[in-house]
Design a protein around this ligand. Sequence first.
Ligand code: DAH
Length: 339
Amino acid sequence: MGTNLKEATEIKLALAKDLKSSQSSAEVDILQTKYLGKQGLINRLFKTLPIKTDPQIGRQINDLKKFVETRLQEKLTSVLTTTDKTHFDVTTPGLPIPQGSLHLITQAIEEIESIFLHLGFVRRRYPEVDTDWYYAEGLNIPKDHPARDDQETFYLSDTTVLTAHTSNGQLHEMELKKAPPIKMINIGKTYRRQLDATHTPMFHQFEGLVVDQGLNITHLLGITDYFAKSYFGPDRRTRLRPHHFQFTEPSFEIDISCEVCRGTGLIDNLACKVCKSGWLELGGAGMVHPQVLKNGGLNPTECSGFAFGWGVERVLMMKTGLPDLRLIYGDDLRFLNQF
Ligand code: DAH
């Protein structure tokens, strides 16, 4: 008897072809029966070939059987891990469900809102597309006034704009309430033609307006200080710096003491690199101009008010030390997932 069984070669060839065309574990199962089953091709060899007279033949069929078993096992593993979508392994641990989170600007807005709600403010949203009257004229900023140049406004038509500040909400709120007391916080989107590390064309402001009888600057200071301590931390102090806005009189910029040098402006006798002066600028505020109260339908001899308008992105950057706003508005999940 020769060393290579003709039947073994034929079976190997047939197996190679069958394996090639099998794509699922069910198909491999069928091959299992075809080759290794009781009535299978291999067993048939044991029955038909003269294994009793030639022990070589028995050995060769056994080798062939091992060969077929190995190939079928390999194929099964391969279809289970790659192509077979019908197979379901109930012991496989589940995949973790990716968890979303609120964008960090949304988180900042919610935090700011909750601070002012504690003080009895009402949250408002006023139009982002508004008319010239609410956005400028009614706030004492006539056409051709230089104050309009500061704001890099997007004009949609001669009389409508994408609001460059949330101060337009002041007149809307006065019209809505018709009489004091007014205590609103208008948090919304604002738009300016600008783009660099600390400015984006769309950003957010929060605008406070409080109108009542007998309000003065100390009330403004009290609210400012409460906000600074709640949002930035109990050690922070605030101060007013004289400034000019058309819709407030007197007007101020509000500063917050720098966390790094604790308001001294010095670190190891050198100028603090973060603030240089001990103070960081928060934003504008002031006592509502009597003409603005009149424009909103209120009587300035019977009530007074204060207002402030600060940037959400600005306070977030001051608090977290984030250097570049474009990260916040980018889509890099490695950054965003940290919040
Ligand atoms: N609207 C001003 C701006 O965007 C900020 C501002 C200043 C708002 C003074 C106010 C205010 O309410 O009283 O630059």
